[in-house]
Design a protein around this ligand. Structure first.
Ligand SMILES: Cc1cc2nc3c(=O)[nH]c(=O)nc-3n(C[C@H](O)[C@H](O)[C@H](O)COP(=O)(O)OP(=O)(O)OC[C@H]3O[C@@H](n4cnc5c(N)ncnc54)[C@H](O)[C@@H]3O)c2cc1C
Length: 403
């Protein structure tokens, strides 16, 4: 291998870029991890968002020896109570139906990023290039990456490049052309809700006429609230003062989370589904939200990306990297192995998001009946859990890790 060159340049050190590099820690591959964020970002992250990790993610982090650290910051979701406001019928999905310790583990992005960063910060085979904005990527005897750092332009080269640049399309739109995009004309409103119920292990998913509200317990009496709703409702919510906000969400949730005492850190994210039909092109590849951005209804985007990272790094570790051209074959193999699962999850999430938003007799009754059937039918309920947890997927990948 050419010693002057990196093997891989990874553009984007968010959750995906960091997870990928953790999976290739202690290998003989040289990786440069480029991000426009400064080093201080990873120590004091200004991000109040939480995500739910699935059981497959737990297994992957466990295989890296990181789960015990991550777990200290997690709250368990043992049950999910699903209902629709003002209609009859609800169901409860329980971890014990799957003989699982928990249906999911909620953690703040801030803590997860910090743990993933610190685990590779001083790693010999991984070089961080902070405060560097990549301007373009060109094929030329490998790949040339041009970035700007401190107003100075630099070029670095590698055998392959991976884009884990999130949902921004700036530098990939000229390279990857076959994009599928759907604007749900909705936003996700997220905030922290404080109530008078402590240490709940039950999350609530509630369908309203204007969207879907998810309430996931954090530590003590704090909860993550995610409300996916249309643009008009978003505007209305964003105009509400503190008391108005409390009343608004109390009315939607009833007393499921007790009496709401406080609402903090309200943020709005536009909801889109976006993915590329082929995320591998020669010696270039897309990973994470850069490859597929999903509606957060099933809390799956990062969990899916982590399984993608695991698959790709498994193939890389098993391959013969003496020949630099091998990356094209590696990325092609990776894409073929992941295509089916990614498409299934994209369809499942899109189906849920499109079907369930909105009102009307048919939808309300269909939902009510579905909840009743699910409540009575254990095997159906278990299948829903499997989808939510990703255990229907990546079976061989995950069992390899367990061994
Ligand atoms: C409301 C909401 C709730 C969610 N809940 C869940 C959940 O419960 N479970 C779950 O699994 N997922 C969830 N997700 C999705 C999850 O948050 C994302 O999948 C994940 O954060 C994406 O990580 P990423 O590293 O791919 O992208 P990002 O976090 O966007 O990171 C991209 C990085 O690339 C860098 N970058 C971009 N362009 C350049 C450039 N030109 N040069 C240099 N650097 C660049 C950026 O600085 C950034 O650091 C949720 C998403 C939302 C919006």
């Amino acid at each position: 291998m050419d010693k002057e060159k990196d093997n891989i340049i990874m553009i984007g050190a968010g959750l995906t870029g960091l997870a990928f590099c953790n999976l290739l820690k202690n290998t003989n591959l040289n990786i440069s991890l480029v991000d426009m964020q400064p080093k201080s970002f990873y120590k004091k992250i200004d991000n109040n968002r939480y995500i739910v990790l699935s059981n497959t993610s737990k297994i992957i982090f466990d295989s890296l020896g990181l789960w015990s650290k991550i777990n200290t910051h997690c709250t368990k979701v043992k049950n999910i109570h699903i209902s629709k406001k003002n209609i009859f019928g609800s169901t409860i999905v329980k971890s014990k139906d799957e003989n699982l310790d928990s249906l999911g583990y909620q953690i703040s992005i801030k803590e997860l990023i910090k743990i993933l960063y610190e685990n590779i910060e001083k790693e010999k085979n991984i070089k961080f290039i902070h405060e560097a904005k990549v301007m373009n990527v060109k094929q030329s005897n490998g790949v040339k990456v041009k970035y700007i750092k401190n107003s100075i332009e630099k070029i670095i080269t590698s055998d392959a490049v991976i884009f884990s640049t999130g949902s921004s399309e700036d530098i990939i739109s000229e390279i990857f052309l076959d994009k599928v995009q759907k604007d749900y004309q909705q936003n996700a409103i997220t905030c922290e809700l404080v109530s008078d119920i402590y240490n709940s292990e039950t999350a609530f998913e509630r369908f309203t006429n204007k969207g879907i509200i998810g309430l996931i317990p954090r530590k003590e009496n704090s909860w993550t609230l995610i409300y996916s709703t249309n643009k008009e409702e978003t505007e209305l919510i964003n105009k509400l003062e503190e008391t108005g906000l409390k009343n608004y969400f109390q009315d939607l949730m009833g007393k499921k989370c007790g009496n709401i005492k406080n609402i903090k850190n309200i943020k709005t994210y536009p909801l889109k589904m976006k993915y590329y039909k082929n995320c591998a092109k020669d010696n270039m590849c897309l990973l994470g939200d850069a490859a597929h951005t999903l509606h957060p209804i099933a809390a799956q985007s990062f969990n899916l990306s982590l399984r993608d990272c695991t698959q790709l790094t498994e193939i890389i570790k098993k391959s013969n990297l003496k020949n630099k051209d091998n990356f094209s074959a590696i990325f092609k193999d990776y894409y073929e192995k992941r295509e089916r699962e990614v498409n299934r999850l994209l369809k499942f999430t899109d189906y849920l998001a499109s079907l369930i938003h909105g009102k009307g007799f048919f939808r309300n009754n269909l939902l009510g009946v579905s909840f009743l059937i699910m409540d009575m039918n254990k095997s159906l309920r278990v299948n829903v859990i499997r989808y939510l947890l990703g255990v229907n997927f990546s079976h061989s990948l995950i069992s390899n890790l367990k061994e």
